[in-house]
Design a protein around this ligand. Structure first.
Ligand code: NAG
Ligand code: NAG
Ligand code: NAG
Ligand code: NAG
Length: 729
């Protein structure tokens, strides 16, 4: 019996689909229980890939009662946006179709039309179809309808003829069924599908060309399972038997042999390209670097909580162009100015408890040839309960986090064993909450930006011993961040930028620091924040001043160390020491004043060879009791490695010096590139100029800070400070 219920409006749209060329697609489904009127709701998530965006698939009922479509949401997941040669552009879209059914009996839907892109295993007018088989009977093992395996596809993969490759698009099966993958059409020579693991292999035997790959994914019972339908009838599923060929689902009361619960299509295009000189990752083919998640890594998020995946790739003989992604609708991808890709996705309440695969491939270019990395997929689980671990407060010049103590006790972590990125930053607590707050460039807070946002992030991590630098048990990691849109309307005048951020340290009073750039060695005129970004030519003197604005009398400020690095990553391996242990390291450095609560110094602007035109300067400062010969301040330059500055969080004795604090001014932008000009005039949604925030944020809080002074020097002059350009992995 076959009931076809093509919806009229969709018939009109099918022409759009057939006019485009098909590159592949897949579909899976999520039973969503009963509607208030007792009917069944099923959400289908399909992915399709055509030459261009805007295709709309028409899902026809092939067998059974398919109900009717009640809702459809379609969006673009990834598009090459005519970047590629004319015949190699494609657009992947995802559609979420909601259907209402009056019966829970099996049915089969399909979308089909003409034609595939020109393929070597089908010619230029090969028709396509995406059939999906659904059975909503209540399973005896889970007491719920079956869930299909979750799949996704990277619709178009490239592989050099001489390089073996393996792909696996299967996310997982929520019911933990036995998943099997089969080829639905003969595979081209050189390609193989491993039925049990669903690994799709290429071994270097194919000739170059474009191939369509048509697979089927099925979920089989691991043990004898009964499906019970609303009308009282039943059907049965037995574990997979290799000898049986796929038989139609039986709805009779006799066991049906080895039939799957569901069957899904998984189709994509592979282009076998000319051989490359090296198949090693990192040469021509891009290689993923830290912090890219491992293949098959499981990530967790909660409803309305943004998931963020950071991906980095490199290759020595090609240039990274793009990151091809596939994942759930509304997934976004941005690239930071430092070249890291950031994939984000925020689940909605409909995604509660579901699992979503997200797959990605880095693509690089050398000459006119594009190369693809291995494919990695992560599985994102949307947890039922929202993570109510804490609150993040994003203010104009600082960010703060409150963690509910009962939450950290639940995970059995004592607050003394929690710390921020920068271990010298302290967490506070009251009876019920643990707090940390920091200005936007302190406490190891890392700043990054993409086209639309400036993001400040930090994390609370657990440590075995509060004084340890390393841990072997990473139990807790609470990442938090504040995101400020770059663009907005300038409606507020920012007048609070000079108000120092005040903090309290036991036994020492209340104090704060400021770090500013000045016009000249006279240190009379501070660089006006409204003139930012500053620009320096290489070799220009930069005048800087750090001041402890402590109301405590008789104190002395000491700059223990300053270092420059080309990125805002405090762990960057590439760094250049300006001051170390109180000793001058850079030959151009000059102190203009180095006593009392003000330190004035200057040095010549430089850049890192081969890296961005940006420099971050971070200084570690200590405030001591003046005229006490036992303090670190009075000892000056000490070329021993052990700095006496205490890094202990629970000092009981009245200190005669503070622990060392990281501080800097900035970031200061000093470039003429279009992007950076944009950044210079960025404002938050509050109308606050971000650059001013950075200046204002350059004040001390809590037990320590890390500020990044971001300095862009003008091009294209020669760099004077040679440094290795080793990347970090
Ligand atoms: C995608 O984003 C749009 C616009 O923000 C929103 O209305 C829609 O609900 C989102 N869809 C899903 C599936 O998250
Ligand atoms: C601790 O601080 C939090 C957040 O400010 C507040 O809600 C809570 O009531 C405070 N607890 C106590 C015991 O003061
Ligand atoms: C610090 O010095 C000021 C004047 O120089 C004085 O008024 C104040 O009382 C002093 N404070 C302390 C704590 O000694
Ligand atoms: C200390 O400095 C001197 C002179 O600058 C140098 O010769 C010596 O190697 C340094 N010692 C250490 C331990 O760095």
């Amino acid at each position: 019996m076959s009931v076809c219920r093509a919806l009229l409006p969709l018939v009109l749209l099918v022409s759009a689909a057939s006019a485009s060329h098909f590159w592949g697609g897949t579909i899976s489904f999520l039973p969503k229980g009963r509607n208030p009127d007792g009917s069944y709701r099923v959400d289908f998530r399909y992915k399709d890939v055509f030459d261009s965006c805007g295709s709309r698939l028409n899902w026809n009922c092939v067998s059974g009662n398919c109900g009717g479509q009640t809702d459809l949401e379609v969006g673009t997941i990834y598009s090459t946006s005519s970047r590629n040669p004319s015949n190699l552009n494609w657009c992947q879209e995802e559609g979420i179709v909601t259907r209402r059914l009056t019966s829970d009996k099996p049915f089969q839907l399909s979308a089909s039309s003409c034609c595939w892109v020109t393929i070597n295993n089908g010619g230029w007018s090969y028709p396509w179809g995406l059939p999906v088989m659904v059975d909503l009977g209540r399973r005896s093992d889970t007491n719920e309808p079956n869930h299909s395996p979750h799949t996704t596809i990277i619709s178009f993969v490239r592989v050099p003829r001489n390089c073996p490759r393996t792909y696996n698009f299967i996310g997982c099966d929520p019911d933990h069924d036995d998943i099997k993958c089969r080829n639905a059409a003969t595979l081209p020579t050189g390609f193989q599908i491993d039925q049990d693991t669903c690994n799709f292999h290429y071994s270097p035997t194919a000739s170059t060309g474009m191939y369509s790959i048509r697979l089927e994914v099925e979920d089989y019972a691991k043990q004898y399972t009964t499906l019970t339908y609303n009308d009282g009838s039943r059907s049965y599923r037995t574990p997979y038997q290799p000898t049986s060929t796929a038989s139609p689902i039986s709805t009779t009361s006799t066991p049906a042999g080895s039939s799957p619960f569901s069957r899904l299509p998984l189709q994509f295009a592979v282009k076998v390209e000319p051989a490359v000189p090296s198949c090693s990752a990192g040469v021509y083919l891009p290689q993923f670097l830290h912090p890219t998640p491992a293949d098959r890594e499981r990530l967790h998020t909660a409803i309305n909580q943004e998931l963020e995946i950071r991906i980095r790739a490199s290759a020595s003989h090609s240039v990274i162009q793009d990151l091809i992604i596939s994942g759930p609708l509304n997934i976004t991808k941005t690239k930071t100015l430092s070249g890291e890709f950031i994939v984000t996705w925020t689940p909605s309440s409909d995604d509660d408890g579901e699992h979503f695969p997200i797959c990605f491939i880095a693509e690089s270019k050398a000459g006119s040839t594009l190369y693809q990395s291995e494919m990695r997929c992560v599985i994102v689980e949307v947890k039922h309960e929202q993570a109510t671990i804490g609150n993040v407060i994003c203010a104009e010049s600082f960010m703060a986090i409150e963690v509910n103590k009962s939450q950290s006790e639940k995970i059995n972590i004592h607050e003394d064993h929690l710390r921020l990125n920068d271990p010298s930053c302290t967490l506070y607590s009251n009876g019920t909450h643990v707090f940390a707050n920091m200005s936007l460039n302190t406490c190891g807070t890392v700043m990054e930006e993409d086209e639309t946002n400036v993001i400040f992030k930090n994390e609370i991590v657990s440590v075995d011993n509060p004084n340890d630098v390393i841990t072997r048990h990473h139990q807790v990691e609470i990442q938090f961040f504040c995101k400020y849109p770059k663009k907005g309307s300038v409606t507020l005048e920012f007048d609070a930028h000079r108000s120092p951020f005040v903090f309290v340290q036991k036994g020492f009073g209340t104090f704060s620091y400021q770090f500013e750039f000045f016009h000249s060695s006279q240190f009379r005129n501070m660089e006006d924040p409204s003139t930012y970004p500053l620009e320096y030519d290489l070799g220009d003197m930069m005048y800087m001043q750090i001041e402890a604005t402590s109301p405590v009398n008789n104190t002395e400020l000491f700059v223990e160390s300053c270092q420059a690095s080309p990125s805002d990553d405090p762990n960057s391996h590439t760094s250049y020491s300006i001051i170390s242990n109180g000793c001058i390291q850079d030959e151009t450095l000059q102190f203009f004043s180095n006593h009392g609560n003000i330190v004035k110094f200057g040095m010549k602007a430089f850049k890192f060879i081969g890296l961005h035109d940006q420099v971050f300067i971070t200084c570690s400062v200590i405030l001591c009791e003046a005229d006490n010969s036992n303090t670190r301040c009075s000892q000056g330059c000490m070329n021993t490695t052990a700095a006496p500055a205490a890094h202990h969080h629970h000092r009981r004795e009245a200190p005669i010096q503070t622990i060392s604090h990281f501080i800097s001014q900035g970031p200061v932008r000093l470039s003429r590139s279009v992007n950076l000009k944009d950044a210079a005039s960025t404002v938050t949604s509050n109308g606050l100029n971000m650059n001013i925030v950075f200046i204002a944020g350059c004040l001390l809080l809590a037990m320590g800070m890390l500020c990044g002074a971001l300095i862009y020097t003008k091009r294209p002059k020669a760099a004077y400070q040679p440094l290795p350009t080793n990347d970090y992995q």
